[in-house]
Design a protein around this ligand. Sequence first.
Ligand SMILES: Cc1cc2nc3c(=O)[nH]c(=O)nc-3n(C[C@H](O)[C@H](O)[C@H](O)COP(=O)(O)OP(=O)(O)OC[C@H]3O[C@@H](n4cnc5c(N)ncnc54)[C@H](O)[C@@H]3O)c2cc1C
Length: 508
Amino acid sequence: MASYGYIIVGSGIAGLYAALLAREHGRVLILTKGSIEESNTRWAQGGIAAAIGEGDSPELHLQDTLRAGAGLVDEDAARVLVDNAADAIADLVRFGVPFDTADGEMLLGREGAHSVNRVIHAGGDATGAHIEFSLSQLARLSGVTILEYVQVLDLVVEDGAVVGLKALDTRSNRVESFRGTQTILASGGLGQLYRVSTNPTVATGDGVAIAYRAGAEVSDMEFVQFHPTALRLPGVPVFLISEAVRGEGGVLRNAEGESFMARYHEMEDLAPRDIVARAILNELSEANGDHVYLDVTHLDAARVRARFPQIYKHCMDNGLDITASAIPVSPAAHYMMGGVRTTTWGETTLPGLYACGECANTGVHGANRLASNSLLETVVFARRAVQRSLEAERSPARPWPGSVAIPPAEGGAEGPHPSLSGLQELMWRDVGIVRSGESLSRARGVLAAWQGMVEPSDRPSQELANLLLCARLVTEAALARQESRGAHFRTDYPEPADSWRHRLVFRR
Ligand SMILES: Cc1cc2nc3c(=O)[nH]c(=O)nc-3n(C[C@H](O)[C@H](O)[C@H](O)COP(=O)(O)OP(=O)(O)OC[C@H]3O[C@@H](n4cnc5c(N)ncnc54)[C@H](O)[C@@H]3O)c2cc1C
């Protein structure tokens, strides 16, 4: 059986960056279930937050992060995040990411809920593509072994510690085992849980499901961020229209042409994402429509084309000139705040297992992620995970007092067989942007029955099984949390409650 110093699951920014650091300390293997660039990273548009501009400071960045996180941010973790931002950017520059500059200075964009301009970008709105390309090229040239189209199925645990994993070669359908001294999960999010999502098809929550099955703790799963503005054109797949567009002066308008956000929040179009997403839903239900408009026609056309080349081209290819007509948009599932619970050193509750990137729950996002903090989080905590793996004394995350298991799947159920589209529809309707005890209880019953019906064999059925497990974690957490906070909104408990100012942690 092949043996490595580091086995890394996933080839987005978290996995690639961890690999580039780890290669100096041992043999590194990356397993990735699609081609190397298939990842959420590839699609990131807005950029990376870092307090490097004049008049900005890590303290200000921290305050914005805490405010967006609605009382649930782990302040120690968030402090690590903001204090290490400048170093993280310097590292990415060292690894070849061509951030946009003018006169030798990084250009800084603005996004929702940031009090100043602090979002660094590359190629305008092609930030993720540049990161993915630069890091994957370097990894390929750096002696890192990269196996594409290999889907990790489960971890191998011996005497309570993770010592490797089992994976499916999706081209031959053969299962292989790999041994690793350190295993790093960097498998990204779960956007495919929802019918409307900005995430690519690889985002099926595998890392969370794998870790939970192995006995690691998983937390904050009720908090799924819905991005307010995804392109809504008939017959055109979901495509994100970055918040940076509103940062540059884009304005949301309803069917009447009214710029409505002032009625919902004092930050208007740059209010936190959950508020903007619910405001749009409200406008839609009042007008019985399926989209509102994001208007940039009042901005300088040349500037729009230069700042958002990817969005401009994508819309133009689909017959919409955004410099002349407003963009039809509606909310879409976008980002998982929860994940595998880690310390500020990337350690999970299982010795030998680290997690970083979107699959990890470091606590920096609390109940709602501040825009552009996610790419930053991947780099800051991937680096700390590799640093920690080199220390003789390691300390896995201590078990969370009061962690609970989700109820077992129900066997022998009858009714429609689970399918990806059925699951996505159910989650969108009953566990989406707006939830209630009634909708969540309905989803709970269906999911428990469906989970007992899936027999994973190939990649699609493995993904469906993982998504079902994640769906159950999201639903159970949302049902337990009898309040509204950040991205979690319940019509039967529409206000935050002080008694709920704590995290919900699950362990098998
Ligand atoms: C459209 C879009 C725009 C965004 N814009 C921004 C932005 O401007 N700023 C920002 O900060 N964040 C943004 N985000 C969020 C950010 O891109 C992600 O949170 C971040 O890229 C996650 O990186 P990652 O490396 O953790 O995961 P990913 O980049 O998603 O990579 C995960 C990797 O794991 C692999 N994988 C998954 N399961 C398995 C398995 N079982 N076996 C093997 N491999 C597996 C996948 O194939 C993939 O290679 C955006 C997200 C989207 C979708």
